[in-house]
Design a protein around this ligand. Structure first.
Ligand SMILES: C[S@@+](CC[C@H](N)C(=O)[O-])C[C@H]1O[C@@H](n2cnc3c(N)ncnc32)[C@H](O)[C@@H]1O
Length: 313
């Protein structure tokens, strides 16, 4: 069965209504620098929602190359219609993703993330099956098991299939709260998804759709779609829209300190939340400047902490 996206394009624009916004323009700040430097300078309790999508420890530099293919009799490859084609790289962006001791890297960031969370705040940590188990144990110890709310499985169906094991086609998103008795969960703002067997629930329910569970089906960012920025490991807007909409209020202050192409900021700005986006890679800041130009972001550089992403093999 083909699973529909979390929110259709039509639905997504319908959902972004005036009730999502305050009556002032949201503020967006881009910070070029090391996440820890930013976090250590940030005041206690200054964010209502922290979402992070750190490097997953794939052991390699993460690179995405965009290419243009043109017909050329002297080109480097054969292709459609038996013609020769030339491939030219138009952009190549990367960041380092290799850690000897992953928790020694991520742990101090998470400790600071909890400190800067508001008393009613939520922390979302987006990982994959490689490191999620160690991070779950770490966060259980840091915040207490009662603060753990969900492990959201974002599952997609893209790319090759393994012939030697089950193909890994999901990411793991851990959701923790500072206070298990007091946190934001805007149930009424949850988008509805179609029933798998609408014939079993009657026309009214089928038309309304159902609320999602902790397993979210959504395709990856399409390599040819308008959403694509060219930055490696960009996450889909639909995933961030749902997190921002349900787990924060309009006017709240959000933080993503591994911001990449700025998906969190794009969702937050459209939904009327203020956001700080931090990344140590100047290419990420450039992508965010372009992507989020309509938000007229303030750009801050933390001196002496610029990472060109060229350090890994
Ligand atoms: C997986 S990407 C984030 C992708 C993002 N969620 C998106 O949708 O585009 C991780 C990002 O963390 C950044 N990063 C890695 N180490 C960092 C550090 N110490 N401080 C700040 N940013 C860092 C990388 O440059 C990279 O852009």
């Amino acid at each position: 069965m083909d699973y529909p996206p979390l929110v259709s394009e039509e639905c997504s624009s319908r959902l972004s209504t005036a009730s999502d916004r305050t009556n002032r323009e949201p503020e967006l700040t881009l910070v070029l620098g090391q996440a820890l430097d930013y976090l250590r300078a940030a005041p206690d309790g200054s964010f209502q929602l922290v979402y992070v999508d750190p490097p997953f420890n794939t052991g390699k530099k993460r690179t995405l190359e965009r290419v243009r293919v043109e017909r050329d009799d002297d080109g480097d490859r054969s292709g459609f219609g038996g013609h020769r084609y030339r491939t030219t790289a138009t952009s190549r962006m990367s960041y380092s993703d290799r850690f000897e001791d992953y928790l020694a890297f991520l742990g101090p960031h998470l400790e600071e993330a909890v400190r800067v969370l508001d008393a009613t705040g939520s922390l979302f940590v987006h990982l994959d099956p490689r490191e999620v188990h160690g991070v779950k144990v770490f966060l259980d110890e840091l915040l207490g098991r009662r603060s753990f709310q969900n492990e959201i499985i974002w599952t997609y169906d893209f790319g090759g299939r393994s012939r030697s094991r089950w193909s890994a086609k999901h990411d793991n998103i851990l959701w923790y709260v500072r206070d298990p008795k007091r946190f934001t969960f805007r149930y009424e703002d949850i988008d509805r998804i179609p029933y798998m067997a609408p014939g079993l629930v009657g026309p009214e329910k089928a038309a309304r759709g159902k609320t999602p569970t902790d397993v979210w089906w959504n395709t990856i960012v399409s390599p040819t779609g308008a959403e694509r920025t060219g930055y490696p490991d960009q996450k889909p807007r639909a995933i961030l829209d749902r997190i921002v909409r349900v787990h924060s209020d309009p006017g709240d202050r959000l933080l993503d300190f591994f911001a990449g192409s700025g998906t969190t900021g794009a969702a937050a700005w459209d939904l009327g939340r203020d956001t700080v986006l931090v990344d140590s890679n100047p290419e990420a800041i450039e992508v965010m400047r372009t992507r989020l130009a309509a938000a007229a972001p303030r750009v801050v550089e933390l001196t002496g902490s610029v990472d060109t992403g060229d350090s890994s093999a």
